[in-house]
Design a protein around this ligand. Structure first.
Ligand code: GLN
Length: 506
């Protein structure tokens, strides 16, 4: 019997065509495994049992008829609960959207439906994707499948934990300041934050629109590439989506050509405060790539130190504006949060806000709305928001300059591996600091691939199925490859070469 833990998109597809199993069998096995395992991990907010079974049966009928099916047909996926599936609840892990039913499909969902993918359910996240640990969810804390006393990372913690915990073959997450890469790194899986505009944001519940991007979380770089190719592309419903034609090179990279690329290592990403585990992990990845013939160059991204404060001005500013739509008149369908029909006359707007926004939003969301409203207010706009926009341009310019000398950049993702549940929950600044190495990439709009470090000795008992996992002190460590805009093929190619040619048990 095929083990769920061994399945990648590629292996599932091959097994399906060879009739080693049906899509229905695998979907049912995942649903059962989720029911057994997820009460400990809390990766999912909701399961789509009936719909997923129908979707799988549909694929089996096509296979039985001998119709040709695509590589994603029947593949059980997990979807972060800030993306819309028509007719289904989408909560963004917020009480204010607890009963909100989506009236249309996100474009990524439309595209995956065309590929006949199976959606197992919706995964947990920090409320509206604000956070680094998935502890800000209004509903539950997602645990790290490698160590259940630790966080899965955030904000796409549910999606990363679902993949790492063998509760989906792959998943979709979203990354505004690191939310795909950080949980991927904490959970030892692969995650791609694509170039801004590569994937449509239509149907992604907006948080900070100039930064948000949907992307894949998967067990292998190859799977991430397959999923990315399926969701990328221009969309008339998102004016910021770009017309790029990602060809076959995303999936069929020529390693000889990849070996000829030069990787930059920015000195600003190896500062004091980076833990010995992360340092050792990233250095071992560099050594392995060097042994494959890849050239490295020291570079400088001098404005890195300003990126975090810049992000935490611009991001809340966009949050305060995007979340203004949750005003109690629209969206809030929770009768407990809604004002009484006659209440407006009695208590006015204040009452409406206190009973909807006041009760519906969690502490972190309120903190960002207040921060954002402050930096946008007259008298402070120039000092904060306008200044941060200028800093953003400088951060971006650093990368433009660096890419004149190197083809991609290798850097850590977080200062340390997954921390304990609760360790930083009451310290927002400590959580913001986790984003120090991820936010510059979003500010610059560039693609970045999170890959688990291999070759670090593991004493984990997982039967070897996750033996590629990067384990220092039992915990995964990841590194990121940052590419030129729309050059996902370069970083995915380098990532695939690393994955194929660097083995775990040296
Ligand atoms: N941790 C960052 C924040 O809280 C990034 C979140 C994200 O990428 N969605 O803003």
């Amino acid at each position: 019997m095929t083990l769920l833990r061994d399945l990648t998109i590629k292996k599932f597809h091959d097994g399906l065509l060879k009739k080693e199993f049906s899509a229905l069998e695998i979907t049912q096995a995942f649903l059962k495994y989720i029911k057994d395992t997820d009460p400990r991990i809390n990766a999912y907010l909701s399961l789509r049992e009936e719909q997923a079974i129908k979707e799988a049966e549909h694929v089996d009928i096509a296979v039985a008829k001998g119709e040709s099916v695509g590589v994603l047909a029947g593949v059980p996926l997990a979807i972060k609960d800030n993306m819309l599936l028509k007719g289904e609840v989408a909560t963004a892990a917020s009480k204010i959207l607890e009963n909100y039913t989506a009236s249309y499909d996100a474009t990524v969902i439309t595209k995956l439906r065309k590929e006949n993918a199976v959606f197992l359910g919706k995964t947990n996240l920090d409320e509206f994707a604000m956070g680094t640990s998935t502890e800000n969810s209004a509903f539950q804390v997602t645990k790290n499948p490698h160590d259940e006393t630790r966080v899965a990372g955030g904000s796409s913690g549910g999606s990363a934990a679902a993949v790492a915990g063998h509760m989906a073959i792959a998943a979709l997450g979203s990354d505004t300041g690191g939310s795909i890469r950080l949980p991927a790194s904490f959970c030892g899986v692969v995650g791609l934050k694509a170039t801004y505009g590569a994937v449509s944001r239509s149907g992604l519940i907006a948080m900070a629109s100039s930064l948000d991007q949907i992307g894949p979380i998967a067990k292998t770089v190859e799977d991430a590439a397959i999923l990315f190719k399926a969701i990328a592309g221009k969309d008339p419903l998102d004016a910021t989506s770009a017309q790029v034609d990602y060809g076959a090179e995303l999936l069929e990279s020529d390693f000889n050509q990849i070996k000829g690329l030069t990787i930059g290592v920015p000195k600003e990403y190896f500062i004091d405060g980076v833990s010995s585990e992360v340092r050792a992990g990233v250095e071992s990845a560099i050594a392995d790539l060097k042994s494959l013939g890849v050239k490295f160059k020291d570079i400088s991204l001098p404005h890195t130190k300003h990126a975090l404060s810049c992000y935490y001005i611009l991001q809340p500013a966009e949050v305060s504006s995007n979340l203004a739509r949750f005003d109690g008149v629209r969206y809030s369908r929770n009768p407990n949060l809604r004002m009484h029909p006659n209440a407006a006359n009695r208590s006015g707007l204040d009452h409406l806000y206190f009973t909807t926004r006041g009760k519906g939003f969690g502490a972190e969301v309120k903190r960002r709305i207040i921060l954002g409203t402050f930096v946008l207010s007259s008298g402070y706009y120039d000092a904060y928001y306008a200044k941060a926009q200028q800093v953003r341009a400088l951060v971006k310019q650093d990368f433009t300059e660096a890419f004149k000398h190197v083809d991609m950049i290798l850097a850590p993702i977080s200062p340390a591996p997954a921390f304990k549940v609760g360790e930083k929950a009451d310290d927002p600044l400590a959580l913001y600091l986790e984003d120090i190495f991820t936010v510059p990439i979003n500010l610059a709009g560039l693609p970045s691939l999170a890959i688990p470090v291999r070759n670090v000795k593991s004493d984990m008992e997982d039967g070897g199925s996750l033996s590629h996992l990067p384990l220092t002190n039992k915990l995964p460590v990841g590194f990121q490859l940052i590419g030129r805009a729309f050059k996902e093929a370069d970083i995915l190619g380098m990532g695939q070469m690393y994955e194929n040619e660097v083995t775990s048990d040296k």
